[in-house]
Every structure is written in structure tokens, then in C-alpha cells.
Design a protein around this ligand. Structure first.
Ligand code: FAD
Length: 430
């Protein structure tokens, strides 16, 4: 090789190693270094969480009401908007969405859910709607900065929680009017009844179980869609949770997400005994699990940071309690478990965004680990604060109450283990 050729070759290698924007011919290179956009968004959301969300957390937890003024503040700065969600989603590494969620929920989980609850309905419209349906309904889920609205995703029912196939809410097609008629009762819906847009999972053919489900948008003000009982909760109390009743609720044919032709094709495939490509509720959960995991990590990190500072300040037996290994090691374990959970969340978020198949249920793994770490770490934080940790004068008690839901909703820990064990074994574990 001539000198010039060798120099050119070396330059090429250096260029490739530097990787420009981190790209190789096979796609983004593996790195845990966040790019400037990701850092900027993290800082932006953190600033809002610290300056607006945290100071309001205790009040809205006590009031057990939707914190509309805080949602409005988030809307004013553009954090509560479809543009922001779109920007988070646009990051092709998949990390911005979990990063933003972690920061917001670090501020407070109840208020965090009041702000992010809408995104479950948005994910359903985004995942299953046609481009026209996305354009029509996603902006309506948020309203405007002056008059923000929220949206609800209604899958669960009194007799269909973990067992989504037991959904009884029915949707019948009235061909003469090109309308769908929905009847049934939804349970536990975040923003249920106070939402402008409700996305409802209903059965169009009960014999097909979950393969006979479809997702419908219920437009604002539709008759026959009413809030039922609002539930009083252990945690996440600034987030509204309620039953939703559907009584002869008629929606235009165009409200079926994905359209009738696609539904008919899917049902025909199932009736012929072929595999359905997707199940309405499952698709939404699959995509949202790492994001939900990130919320749990936000709570765990907040409790860990609080406990760490407390342990350095609080003195007993003439020294800071952190000088005892029992306390210091607990904090070391908390930090390690939180970081491990975050890595699982980031992996699943990256896999989901870059189109890698969840062959070993990596989405479920991330949510399972993060939820269990959040419950465990917040309990440890209470222990480190002693009596103070058990009172409402200190925030770790609220964080522990908030964390518990993360082993229950979006698939309980047991259901996540079922999904993982089925994926790794290929067997019908029960
Ligand atoms: C605050 C809150 C917000 C929510 N938000 C929404 C929402 O916005 N939209 C929505 O659709 N739903 C929502 N839910 C509902 C939530 O997803 C369900 O509560 C959850 O799926 C569990 O269902 P379940 O409560 O009926 O429990 P069940 O299914 O009755 O489970 C009870 C227990 O049995 C276990 N179990 C069940 N089946 C098995 C099995 N096969 N193997 C082993 N163990 C099993 C479970 O793990 C659990 O420990 C929300 C719930 C809460 C509490």
C-alpha cells in the first residue's frame, strides 16, 4: 500500500470509529452516552418536575383530584402536547420517551400520571388508527394550551382485568346508519369519564375471545358514555380513576380504529383458523411497557435520593446513620437495582422503537423489574427514614404508596412472569 493510500485508509478507519452521528451501515451504534437532544429534554422535563410538580405533590395527593392547574402549566410550556409526545417518540434510539417519563415521575407520580395518562389512549390511536384517525383524534386528546383536555384508554372491566379475553363490552355494527353501538361497563379507567376522548376496547365477536376485540374512539360529548364510580386509591391519588358506563353509545363508523375493512379481514383470518396479526389491547400494552417501567424508576430514584441525603444528615449514636454499613449497603443496593432496572427499560425501549422483536418478552421484563424495584426501594427508603419515613410529613411514604401500582396495572407482576416464561419456553405455562 502506498503512503497516500495508507493515510486515506487510516483516515477512513478513524472516521468510521468516530462514527459521525453514531451511525454505521447497520444502524445506530451501541452507546449509553446520551446525545444533546436527549440531555436537553431530560433537563427541560427535570426543571418542570422540580419547579412545578414537586411543590404541588403533597397538596394534590391529599385532595385526591386531577391537578388541572399543573396540567395547564405543562400545556403552556408545551410539555403536555401531542407535539412533545411526538418529539419524544421521534428519537429513533427509543430513549427519550423513558427519559422524559422518569424525570416527570421523579417529580411526583400522581401528577405525572395526571399528565401522562392521556398517552395510553394516544398510543392506541397511534398504534391502530389510520393516518386520518391519528390526525383527527390525537390533537383532541390534549386540547389546547388554554383549555387542556385529557384522554382515557378503557380496556379493563369488573370481570376482565388480567384476563383481557373476558371483555364483555360489545360493539355491534348498525349498517343502515354506519354506526357502532357500544354497551358495557369499563373499570379502573385512568381519566375515565373526565376525558374528552375515550378509547374503548370492545368485543365484536365474543366467540373469538381477545382475537374478536377492536378499539373504538368515543368522541367528546357522545351520549351514552358516562362516568361511573370514581375510585379512592392507596396511591397515585392525583390521577383520576373511574368506571365508565356505555349504554347504547353510538359512534360513527369512522370511529373504529383501523377501519372496518381491516377489521373484517382480520376476523376472516381468525375464523379460518389463521393467526391474527394483532390483538387490540395487547398491542397497546406491548408498546407502553418500557415507558411505564421508566415511571416506576422515576419514583424509585426520587425515594433513593431522598433517603441518601437523609442518611448523611441524620445522626444517631454520635454519627451519621449512613456510616453504618446496614444503611450504606441498603443505599448501594438501591442505586444498583435502580440502574439495572433502567438498563432493562432502555433496552426494551430501544428494541421497540427500532423494530426488534421481543423474543424473550423484554418489554415485560423491563416493566416487571422496574415495578418491583420501585416497591422495594421505596420501602427501603421508609426504613432508612425510620419513624419520619412512616409519616406524611416526609415524601417517601407517598412514594411507596405510588410505587405499588406498578406491580399491578399494565399487567400484574404475575402476568409479566407468565408472558416471560411462555416466551422463553415456548410452552403454555399457566
Ligand atoms: C390506579 C389504576 C389505574 C388503572 N388504569 C387503567 C386504565 O387506564 N385502563 C385500563 O384498561 N385499566 C386500567 N387499570 C386496570 C389494571 O390494568 C388492572 O387492575 C390489572 O390489569 C389487574 O387486573 P385486576 O385488578 O382485575 O386483577 P385480577 O386479574 O383479578 O388479578 C388478581 C390477582 O390474581 C393474579 N392472577 C390473575 N391471573 C393470574 C394467572 N393466570 N396466573 C397467576 N396469577 C394470576 C394477579 O396477578 C393478581 O395478583 C388500572 C388499575 C388501577 C388500580
Amino acid at each position: 500500500m502506498s503512503d497516500t493510500a495508507a493515510v486515506a485508509e487510516a483516515e477512513k478507519l478513524v472516521e468510521e470509529a468516530a462514527g459521525g452521528a453514531g451511525e454505521t451501515s447497520d444502524g445506530p451504534r451501541f452507546t449509553l452516552e446520551l446525545n444533546q437532544d436527549q440531555k436537553d429534554i431530560r433537563e427541560w422535563v427535570h426543571g418542570f418536575a422540580e419547579g412545578v410538580v414537586r411543590p404541588a405533590a403533597e397538596e394534590w395527593d391529599e385532595r385526591e383530584e386531577t391537578p388541572w392547574p399543573v396540567i395547564q402549566e405543562a400545556a403552556k410550556i408545551g410539555l403536555y402536547s401531542f407535539e412533545a409526545l411526538g418529539q419524544f417518540w421521534a428519537d429513533e434510539t427509543g430513549l427519550t420517551l423513558p427519559i422524559a417519563n422518569e424525570e416527570l415521575f421523579w417529580g411526583d407520580a400522581g401528577i405525572g400520571m395526571a399528565i401522562m395518562g392521556t398517552s395510553l389512549a394516544v398510543a392506541a390511536i397511534f398504534g391502530q388508527g389510520t393516518p386520518e384517525q391519528m390526525g383527527e383524534w390525537i390533537p383532541q386528546c390534549f386540547g389546547t394550551a388554554e383549555d387542556p383536555k385529557v384522554a382515557a384508554f378503557c380496556a379493563s372491566e369488573p370481570d376482565a382485568g388480567s384476563d383481557v379475553s373476558a371483555i364483555r363490552t360489545s360493539a355491534k355494527y348498525d349498517e343502515a346508519k354506519d354506526e357502532w353501538v357500544l354497551n358495557g361497563q369499563k373499570a379502573w379507567a385512568t381519566n375515565g369519564g373526565i376525558a374528552d376522548v375515550h378509547v374503548v376496547i370492545a368485543s365484536v365477536d365474543r366467540e373469538l375471545g381477545s382475537r374478536g376485540h377492536a378499539a373504538f374512539v368515543i368522541p367528546p360529548g357522545t351520549e351514552g358514555c358516562e362516568q361511573g364510580t370514581k375510585v379512592k386509591k392507596h396511591g397515585l391519588r392525583a390521577s383520576h380513576t373511574a368506571d365508565v358506563h356505555l349504554d347504547d353509545c353510538r359512534v360513527p363508523g369512522a370511529c373504529l380504529l383501523g377501519g372496518k375493512e381491516k377489521l373484517d379481514e382480520r376476523l376472516a383470518r381468525v375464523r379460518e383458523g389463521k393467526r391474527a396479526k394483532s390483538q387490540a389491547a395487547m398491542q397497546t400494552f406491548e408498546a407502553s411497557r418500557p415507558t411505564v417501567g421508566a415511571q416506576a424508576i422515576g419514583i424509585a430514584r426520587a425515594a433513593y435520593e431522598y433517603a441518601l441525603e437523609y442518611a448523611k444528615e441524620r445522626e444517631q449514636f454520635g454519627k451519621a446513620i449512613i456510616e453504618n454499613q446496614a444503611i450504606a449497603f441498603a443505599l448501594a443496593d438501591m442505586k444498583m437495582e435502580i440502574d439495572a432496572a433502567r438498563l432493562l427499560v432502555w433496552r426494551a425501549a430501544w428494541m421497540g422503537r427500532s423494530g426488534h422483536r421481543f423474543e424473550n418478552a423484554e418489554g415485560s421484563m423491563s416493566k416487571l423489574k422496574a415495578g418491583e424495584v420501585a416497591v422495594w426501594a421505596t420501602e427501603r427508603a421508609i426504613q432508612i427514614l425510620g419513624g419520619n419515613g412512616y409519616t406524611r410529613e416526609f415524601p417517601v411514604e407517598r412514594m411507596h404508596r405510588d410505587a405499588k401500582i406498578y406491580t399491578i396495572f399494565e399487567g400484574t407482576s404475575e402476568i409479566q412472569r407468565l408472558v416471560i416464561s411462555r416466551a422463553i419456553s415456548g410452552m403454555q405455562i399457566r
